[in-house]
Design a protein around this ligand. Structure first.
Ligand SMILES: *[C@@H]1O[C@H](CO)[C@@H](O)[C@H](O)[C@H]1NC(C)=O
Ligand SMILES: *[C@@H]1O[C@H](CO)[C@@H](O)[C@H](O)[C@H]1NC(C)=O
Ligand SMILES: *[C@@H]1O[C@H](CO)[C@@H](O)[C@H](O)[C@H]1NC(C)=O
Length: 415
């Protein structure tokens, strides 16, 4: 679950900023409405003294002049508002004519016409490379990221890239430099690799607070990873095969619930890859989505001979509809912010699970009764069959009781 909890923090922060921003927009809107109205009031009640003196009736052309002034004022306020909204939300795509933009960024983003004109199969006429629209908000960082020697070694800056991703700049642009390599010493053959210690030297520690596995294991990196890099002695060795509470389901029980069998699965925020390892022992394929927040999750998972997917949970999953037999998620679902954020995620999860496939919600921490109810309502809206549904309490380290929800749900066929 490496990526997830910090990602959540960032996500929440983003939402907070967004609501501050939208209230700024609202204020500006209110201001512009008031000023234009005051202006109109002034225009229609204003009687130039000269007119009174000469006892002219209302001079129509004077009024129409004022009206067109008001209209111009409104138009310019609207333009200002639209611009402000764009600036705040980063709607506008990157303006390649901006000064100080890295040359390579321009090179990457410049559209290229197809040499033979329109492609008859796809209908496209040009090749377009893309980066996330929020990159616009972070063009300085992005330019820093794209500032490298072409054909040379890339700077050791993966954490800069991740910082951009956490700010919503996803996907990142491609680069034309060689990423730093680390000699992968002591890799074990599969399936030994699943449960053998990974050599610390084969992991990249730059930009990470901890510099070794012992340090990582002494920390609770997130709700689903406390000591999760200890795959020879720690709790990881028991996960999914031994239960600590009724919220822990056995992997074989869940697999037995599927109709049509489980072959491929998607694990969201899968920590050090233990779910994938358990499935691999059963000859099943899992893709584990995780970032490298505070730990080298991706490299560790890869060293276990498993498939890490470096992606944040804020972007649409790069899979086609209905392709997975099972999606496993624990606290990755805890996205915070507005309820819509969770809905977008749930709909995307639903999209990639096949009809009859399973959604395994594993020890989701319900920080409040409201949160549990909201999630329950949301899940029920999807019409899944509840094959297992356990709300349990656990006492945490501080002696407080915490509520967890675990469930195995089956996706219905919808017509
Ligand atoms: C009405 O106002 C316009 C513009 O101020 C002026 O040019 C015009 O002579 C005025 N008409 C009369 C009848 O005073
Ligand atoms: C594997 O690493 C853990 C901690 O990272 C350590 O306690 C354990 O002794 C190591 N096991 C082996 C077989 O080296
Ligand atoms: C996994 O596949 C290997 C090689 O085909 C086989 O020997 C092993 O029995 C399989 N394991 C399970 C649990 O099916």
């Amino acid at each position: 679950m490496g990526s997830v909890s910090l990602k959540i923090g960032e996500g929440t922060a983003r939402f907070k900023r967004a609501s501050v921003c939208s209230s700024a927009v609202n204020l500006l809107m209110l201001f512009s409405v008031i000023t234009t109205n005051l202006f109109a009031l002034y225009a229609f009640t204003y009687h130039p003294t000269s007119l009174h003196h000469n006892h002219y009736p209302k001079n129509i052309s004077l009024i129409s002049e004022k009206v067109s002034l008001i209209l111009r004022e409104i138009e310019s306020s609207q333009k200002k508002l639209a611009q402000m909204e764009k600036d705040l939300l980063g709607y506008e795509s990157i303006d390649l004519s901006k000064p100080n933009l890295a040359k390579e960024l321009k090179e990457f983003l410049t559209r290229h016409q197809l040499p033979l004109g329109k492609d008859s199969r796809t209908g496209i006429t040009e090749m377009v490379a893309s980066v996330g629209h929020s990159c616009e908000k972070s063009t300085d960082l992005l330019s820093q990221f794209m500032n490298y020697k072409v054909n040379g070694l890339c700077p050791d800056d993966w954490s800069l890239g991740q910082k951009l991703i956490l700010q919503g700049c996803e996907p990142l642009p491609r680069r034309r430099c060689f990423a730093k390599t680390i000699p992968k010493v002591g890799l074990q053959p599969f399936p030994l690799s699943l449960w053998n210690n990974v050599s610390e030297k084969s992991l990249s520690w730059s930009g990470i607070g901890c510099k070794n596995l012992a340090c990582l294991n002494s920390k609770k990196l997130n709700r689903d990873c406390a000591g999760c890099f200890d795959i020879t002695h720690g709790y990881e060795t028991q996960r999914y095969v031994k239960a600590r509470s009724k919220n822990d389901f056995y992997i074989d029980d869940v697999l037995a619930m599927s109709s049509g069998g489980v072959r491929t699965s998607f694990d969201l925020g899968g920590g050090s890859g233990t779910f994938a390892a358990r499935m691999a022992e059963r000859n099943l394929t899992v893709v584990t989505a995780t970032l490298n927040v505070d730990a080298p999750f991706n490299e560790f998972i890869a060293a276990r001979g498993l498939f890490p997917l470096y992606i944040s949970l804020d972007s649409r999953f790069p899979f086609y509809d209905n392709v997975f037999d099972l999606v496993h998620v624990a606290n990755g679902l805890d996205v915070g912010g507005r309820p819509e954020k969770l809905e977008f995620l749930m709909f995307d999860i639903d999209r990639v699970v096949r009809a009859g496939g399973l959604f395994w919600l594993d020890n989701y921490y319900c920080s409040s009764e409201d949160k549990r109810k909201a999630l329950t309502r949301l899940i029920e809206r999807f019409g899944y069959k509840k094959l297992k549904w356990v709300v349990g309490e656990k006492v945490n380290g501080a002696g407080n009781s915490e509520v967890y929800l675990s469930a195995v749900l089956q996706k219905p066929v919808r017509s």
